[in-house]
Design a protein around this ligand. Sequence first.
Ligand SMILES: Cc1cc2nc3c(=O)[nH]c(=O)nc-3n(C[C@H](O)[C@H](O)[C@H](O)COP(=O)(O)OP(=O)(O)OC[C@H]3O[C@@H](n4cnc5c(N)ncnc54)[C@H](O)[C@@H]3O)c2cc1C
Length: 378
Amino acid sequence: MIRASVAIVGGGVSGVFTAHYLVELGLRDIVVIEKNYLGSGSTFRCATGIRASFTSREHVELMKYSVDEWLRLSNIYGFNYLRGGYVWLLSNEEELERFKQYVSFQNKHGIPTRIIDPPTIKELVPPIREEEVYAGVHDPLAGKADPFKAVLNTAYRLMEKGVRFYTRTRALRLLVSRDKVYGIETNRGVVVADNIVLATGYGTKELLKTINIKIPLENIPHHALITEAFKEAFKPLLVDWATASYIVQTFYGGFLMGTDIPEKPDTPLINRLRFLYKITRVWTRYFPWLSNVNILRYWTGYYVNTPDHHPILGPIEEYENLYIAAGFSGHGFMIAPATGTAIAHWIIDGKPYPEIAGNLKLERYRKGRLVKELAVFG
Ligand SMILES: Cc1cc2nc3c(=O)[nH]c(=O)nc-3n(C[C@H](O)[C@H](O)[C@H](O)COP(=O)(O)OP(=O)(O)OC[C@H]3O[C@@H](n4cnc5c(N)ncnc54)[C@H](O)[C@@H]3O)c2cc1C
């Protein structure tokens, strides 16, 4: 049997960063349980993007905090993080009017986004065909980080500080005694802990089912590809709003692209071909030279969505020592510093920091207090 003060289930960015913040708050008696290898869920499949340009106060505040923390964490753990910006590409007046409202909200909340014209877009993204763009929005605070090193460098340093990581260890069910969850049964024995954190993506739904708790999570497939590597062509992550498509050049030089497609669950090959067709059409229009670039890899990952596109964070009413960090709806990488900080403070101080994370508990669905967000794609 393994005993710990805190057991974190899930070795993605949410679980590993939660361990980091617990250690910073002085706790070391922590175990992290991961059914596969660290990062093997959505984290190593993500598009690396980090921004605070959202349209809910919850997202803006938590992402603003995270943007600052990404810089600090990248210095502590020595991974790549760059504030290269986001540029949203808009294709008509209607989109522009909508984004003017978002920008006004963001500026009021300290996010320096601004509407930009095609020549300014060209300055930020020199190889783009300017004539294809109607207008844009620039978020200079946004950027990207290397998910591989962010997770692995952090985990290795935490191991040196005494945090225990058990990979290839699957949590099977939660163990309850009266109003407490006292442990986890895994395929390698029982883990007993004072506090338990579920940072298990969609797996959270299955684990909560073992104690009869329902959580509104949906697993939505998302496709991405990466090309061969080139020297840096542009810094920002670009979003084509009309087609919900993005492109970013990773730190390793490849162009990583993704988009939404209507999914038919029983036709995986057709889904993939549809994805490839759509994504290559979108980005070769802006960058005709991409037609000559080789695709190295394609993959599918999952967005774990909630009904209001905000994560579910914090303790649940029934079991105060059980904490959830899931349902990031496509933004769990960028928000991970706020996730980890909030959960760590909940455990150590009994309340979250940043305080606004308290609005994102599971009970908001039971009480009908959903949060509204408009600037999501996917
Ligand atoms: C194509 C794509 C692009 C994306 N782009 C971005 C982006 O640019 N920016 C952004 O912020 N987000 C992005 N996301 C979303 C982001 O990847 C996720 O929100 C984030 O990685 C969630 O991290 P996590 O640690 O909560 O979950 P995960 O990384 O999924 O980690 C959960 C872990 O729990 C483990 N687990 C599950 N069940 C069990 C169990 N029973 N026992 C033990 N372990 C278990 C899993 O194996 C997994 O490793 C993207 C996602 C995809 C698919």
